[in-house]
Design a protein around this ligand. Structure first.
Ligand SMILES: NC(=O)c1ccc[n+]([C@@H]2O[C@H](COP(=O)([O-])OP(=O)(O)OC[C@H]3O[C@@H](n4cnc5c(N)ncnc54)[C@H](OP(=O)(O)O)[C@@H]3O)[C@@H](O)[C@H]2O)c1
Length: 221
């Protein structure tokens, strides 16, 4: 069973399409039930649709209760962007963005580790190249993604010796709905499509008996 968060849009939806072609047992989640169900009906193989706001810890617990089997792979693609000069940013939009990136990851990982730390579960956490370098007019988004990076690197230390593995994923710009809600006007015509990024991520998510790819940066040309 593969669980994909943020699957109602963008990278998560593209990953759901790719894994459904392989007929993997799949569960997809996001907050928007209508978009999740549209994605689900467009897939080539039946999937389980489990709407969830990952910022609500009880909903995250219910989400994992509702999985038929423990997941072998969780791809956490849910997140949101909010940009602009710091003096122009709106406090409630900053809070929403921090919650969608930081709280979602903390609450999801907390539940996953509680339940599966002794099982071979791979958790791929999608951050951004904004977690790797500072970017002007992306200060609060960088703060969110750097926070997620610090969080997952610390959890990796807590999981030392456990079969549960955390994969850090750092994509560059993708042409998705992310930008429309971010407050930043820019031309995304040269950005990767979500499908391109999903193909590269799926190919990179490999492991052998004694090794796994732990950190994945997907740069745009
Ligand atoms: N697009 C880019 O250029 C870019 C670049 C680097 C990194 N990233 C990161 O890549 C990931 C995917 O981005 P994308 O471009 O695919 O964005 P997107 O098209 O806007 O999709 C974001 C997804 O996250 C879900 N989501 C947001 N907040 C949530 C919450 N509180 N609970 C549950 N689901 C939530 C949304 O679903 P609902 O609205 O249905 O909840 C949606 O499915 C994000 O983490 C983003 O920060 C994006």
């Amino acid at each position: 069973m593969i669980l994909i968060t943020g699957a109602s849009s963008g990278l998560g939806a593209a990953l759901a399409k790719l894994y459904s072609i392989d007929k993997h047992p799949l569960a997809i989640t996001g907050r928007n039930e209508r978009r999740l169900s549209q994605i689900s009906t467009s897939l080539s193989h039946p999937v389980t649709v489990l709407p969830c706001d990952l910022c609500d810890p009880q909903s995250v617990s219910n989400l994992l209760d509702d999985l038929d089997t423990p997941p072998s792979l969780v791809i956490h693609s849910a997140g949101s962007g909010y940009f602009g000069k710091i003096e122009d940013q709106d406090p409630s939009s900053i809070t929403d963005m921090l919650n969608n990136n930081i709280h979602s990851t903390i609450f999801l990982l907390r539940e996953l580790v509680q339940r599966y730390r002794d099982q071979a579960v791979t958790v791929a956490v999608v951050m951004s190249t904004a977690a790797q370098s500072a970017k002007a007019e992306e200060s609060t988004y960088c703060a969110a993604k750097w926070a997620v990076k610090g969080f997952i690197e610390s959890i990796r230390l807590e999981l030392k010796g456990s079969p549960m593995k955390i994969v850090a994923v750092y994509p560059g710009g993708m042409a998705t709905e992310f930008w429309a809600s971010s407050g930043k006007q820019l031309d995304t015509s040269n950005f990767m499509t979500a499908n391109e990024a999903a193909i590269m991520l799926k190919q990179a998510l490999v492991s052998t008996e004694h090794g796994f790819v732990s950190d994945i940066t997907i740069n745009r040309q």
